[in-house]
Design a protein around this ligand. Structure first.
Ligand SMILES: NC(=O)c1ccc[n+]([C@@H]2O[C@H](COP(=O)([O-])OP(=O)(O)OC[C@H]3O[C@@H](n4cnc5c(N)ncnc54)[C@H](OP(=O)(O)O)[C@@H]3O)[C@@H](O)[C@H]2O)c1
Length: 345
């Protein structure tokens, strides 16, 4: 009997010990797999050439000229419908593959796994590169494939992020990231990522500074790529705001004179100095060279403080209303959707 009691006690003790040990052991054997980004190679260069709205017959020359003039970063996307011509420019420049950076983006209609695989392969092939350096979810919005802008309710951003992680694992891109996400969307991805976003590309310029949002990315270690860095200069934005053209804004004209630079150079220098990657678009040799000059300008702390006061919190690029989706909900100047009575939803 005594032996039986001792055996039972030993058994209970071992079971208890095993339970305690398991509690400590489990998290160490099954942590979230926060894998490093794929590949060595260069970090994202601080200035790149944008290609949205670049004419098909001009973009190849612009890209070739930029790569031969000192740029080593091209920002592309499947939806710009000029990746094949962009690829011609890349090939003509004949720069070794590991010496330049190419970003492309997954379009909204391609979020499902089979569409995404075809889309990324098409971008890689059209751009004529073996792999991308960065592949972004273009918008946190999925469309039903083949049905225009009909929202695909069954595909979440988490589903799409899993697809992106598999694309990274397939080595078609060195790094993956996001674009046009709200803060809440970023937090969602940061909670679940196994391969975490390298960069977030979103609209930011002197008229939409979003400094807190930029700071947040610095804190979590996600690089910010500032799109439309020249504010409302993109002709597509002409009728979308009542602000004066930023290149003629007296504040910026005066500051540029003081810096002995052009207004565009001074604006871009500010973008770079606040630790955002700038990707100005141009198809003109003159502007392509001029914009590179931003790298030689540095602003004083006082000038940075004065610029901070010039924020107009005005967004230029917001297709949310057309898609009937409230984009940028927790950021400056979100999509405003209203019901039939005009009440904001
Ligand atoms: N992820 C996204 O959803 C998203 C959205 C928007 C943009 N982007 C990316 O960001 C890039 C840049 O943004 P963006 O194209 O909207 O606007 P941007 O680069 O701020 O402005 C482009 C406009 O500025 C003109 N320009 C360029 N340099 C100039 C200079 N030094 N002086 C005077 N004018 C100058 C260009 O003229 P020319 O072209 O006539 O030379 C073009 O009309 C895009 O091309 C795209 O790659 C991404």
């Amino acid at each position: 009997m005594a032996f039986f009691r001792a055996a039972c006690a030993a058994l209970l003790f071992s079971a208890f010990f095993c339970l305690i040990a398991l509690q400590y052991w489990l998290p160490t054997v099954a942590p979230p797999v926060r894998t490093e980004h794929h590949g060595g190679g260069i970090e994202i260069p601080s200035i790149g050439l944008g290609t949205w709205l670049s004419d098909k017959d001009k973009v190849a020359h612009a890209v070739e000229f930029a790569l031969k003039s000192g740029y080593n970063h091209i920002d592309a996307a499947l939806i710009y419908r000029n990746e094949d011509e962009t690829g011609k420019g890349i090939r003509a420049a004949n720069v070794p593959r590991d010496k330049f950076w190419v970003t492309s983006k997954l379009w909204n209609a391609d979020h499902r796994p089979s569409e995404a695989t075809i889309a990324v392969q098409k971008s890689v092939q059209d751009l004529g590169v073996e792999y991308l350096d960065l592949y972004l979810i273009h918008w946190p919005v999925a469309f039903v494939p083949g049905e225009g802008t009909k929202i695909d309710e069954s595909t979440t951003i988490v589903d799409t992020w899993r697809v992106m992680e598999n694309i990274a694992r397939s080595n078609l891109t060195r790094k993956i990231g996001i674009s046009n996400f709200s803060k809440r969307d970023v937090e969602t991805i940061m909670k679940i990522c196994q391969i975490c976003p390298y960069a977030h590309e979103f609209e930011t310029h002197p008229y939409l500074q979003q400094q807190e949002f930029v700071d947040y990315h610095n804190e979590i270690g996600v690089k910010v790529i500032a799109y439309s860095p020249l504010g409302n200069t993109n002709p597509n934005y002409k009728d979308k705001n009542k602000l004066e053209p930023i290149l003629e804004d007296p504040f910026w004209v005066k500051l540029a004179e003081k810096k002995n630079a052009t207004v565009a150079q001074t604006i871009l220098a500010w973008g770079r100095q606040r630790n955002t990657v700038i990707i100005p678009k141009s198809v003109h040799e003159k502007y392509i060279i001029e914009n590179l000059g931003a790298l030689d300008i540095s602003l004083t702390e006082g000038e940075m403080r004065d610029i901070a006061k010039q924020d107009k919190k005005t967004r230029m690029n917001n297709p949310g209303r057309g898609w009937d989706i409230k984009l940028f909900a927790d950021l400056d100047d979100p999509t405003r959707l209203s019901d039939n009575e005009g009440n904001e939803l």
